[in-house]
Design a protein around this ligand. Sequence first.
Ligand code: BGC
Length: 741
Amino acid sequence: MTSPDLTLDEKASLLSGRDLWSTKAAEHAGIRALVLTDGPHGVRFQTGEADNLGINASVPATCYPPAVALASSWDADLVARVGQALGREARALGIDVLLGPGVNIKRSPLCGRNFEYFSEDPLLAGVLGTAHVKGLQSQGVGASVKHFAANNQETDRMRVSADVDERTLREIYLPAFERVVTEARPATVMAAYNKVNGTYATENTWLLTKVLRAEWGFEGLVVSDWGAVSDRVAALAAGTDLTMPGDAKGDHTVAAAVRAGALDEAVVDRAVARLRAVATTTGSEKQDVDFAAHHRLAREVAAECLVLLKNDNAALPLADTGSIAVVGEFATTLRYQGGGSSHINATEVDSPLEELRKLLPEAHIDYARGFDPTGTADAAGLRAGAVAAAAKADVSVIFAGLAERDESEGFDREHIALPAEQVQLISAVAGASRKTVVVLFNGGVVSMEGWHDSVDAVVEAWLPGQAGGGAVADVLTGRTNPSGRLAESIPLRLNDTPSFLNFPGEAGHVRYGEGVMVGYRYYETADVAVRYPFGHGLSYTTFEYSDLRLADVTADTATVQVRVTNTGDRAGKHVVQIYVAAPKRPVSTPVRELRGFTKVALEPGESVVAEIRLDRRAFAYYDITAGKWAVAGGFYQVQVGYSAHDIAVQVALELPGDADVRPLTMDSTVGEWFGHPVVGPALTAYMAEGMTEEQAAAAAEHQDMVRMVESMPMRPFLGFLPNPIPEDKLAEFMAMSVQAV
Ligand code: BGC
């Protein structure tokens, strides 16, 4: 992997950006410059003054639904289509790498960037992230899966150390990256700003070299987040290949370190080779983009993402008769994306009110502004206008949510409440209306307390992208039957959230004290009530499960087959969610975990057998002592749910578990010695041999005492034995245990 055609200084210089959005070229060595641009849900390509904070204008591009919405579709094919469309737009502008997707886990609803991330669940985030990358890269545009890793807050994001135990990293914060890397082979991985367990992600050899490259086989380029590298030499040595944006001073430091013998030149050569490889796999021919078609796609996609949370008294879908009061500023000024580096200059933006009028030409639709998101206009006056409109209508539809300034990259939220004037507005309108529907626009979860029970229906529209107005109209009128499901739990109160006591940390550290108990894993295990559980979402039709069975069962895999029937009178889509509840294991275990899902489309009365393969990982936990994934023996429940809280059917599955054949030492416990598959029986036989009849009778009588000493290490236990075991016998047993591995 050497680059004989380049001098050391040239090589070092290639490893930092030319400017904010491109790398350098070395034409004599056949290396062209790469263009990297944000991402993730649209192309933010700047031709004028550049910045990475979303401040200056970028060329118009389609703003697709951000990840918060996309994830609610639970539809990998749909996400792949968005990836392809992003690829077409990026390619048309000569972009080599579109920065994204972001597959960080939503640890707290407060994270200011949750709208850019998919889910609180690593499987859902990983499957959808993989689909995004495959779609994008099919168009010859590289992806940059980010932010690797444990970047779960904005507070102090460029310095904070995420202190996370290894099992939690392996089971919660890394699997989405692992899946994307191993299944979609992204061109690049973006190393995060923060530290992971005390070491900057960009300088973290364990993360970038041991896990990412050695274990997962990543062969692409590791690029730093913008400004994430403070020590170029340490970063390169740890596995960060390209530092973005420019860093001329650091280039000299790298070359000097090689000359001084402090950095192996092979490390520099390897990074250059990886950079060169990206240039050969990206940058295919430009094509014209059909932006009208992409807007239609953005609408179709957004409609699949909306989640119907509540629908009492058949409030929805709206009929094309009678009168409707549309209330709220967001009905005319759509709130459709978040702030920061992903901010897109949309090609066009739908107005929900206009789209609703188009789809309901016969209905009489009145509009009242209801509230002012900037908080300047008189709230009481706006509210009175809305109440007057509501009193005359058959149904009121309130478009509420968070303003752009409430949530963004760069800072975290401090609470999850809706603005107080909106809570007052909803309550007042609900009091005056015959029926009330609330449509919510928000990138991070908002609390529904104080008003939820007074309304008939709630639609969570998240941030639906530029065509969200049309998509909302499609769902409200029943033109699209809603099929979104929550990709994150909606808590009753912020205080109930699992990271509440450990967010956003202090003195430069944030301790992930809740461990693997993130999101629904915590609520279900600790039996904490939520407003709506992970996986929840309604439809205008109904679905039922039957005939659950397992096929192709092996020692650690199985295929779930379950019949799903559309028992209502409309065509619709349903997400089949498979959870696994593990038996007692030597680690703290969530009540259930999502291990598979698929989305099916069914006509009224139609049924289909859904098939979901559960691999070994579906049953495994990460054993930190052995440094590998382990399957415990016992009875597992394979559960099919409407949500993480609402399990419809389940079937038991007995797995033998991995043979526990680790070497025994004098520090291994009595339980481990006697439970060892080879040594255990030999030790029992040896001890029985040396016993007198009375001793054997006493031992048989005190069987229950075994539990008392089970957790005692062998060394102190020996002192309690009436007949000591000779040293050489113990050594023999330990040798047997080593041989058995
Ligand atoms: C963000 C990245 C983004 C980069 C370039 C950083 O501030 O964390 O997500 O891709 O800027 O704009």
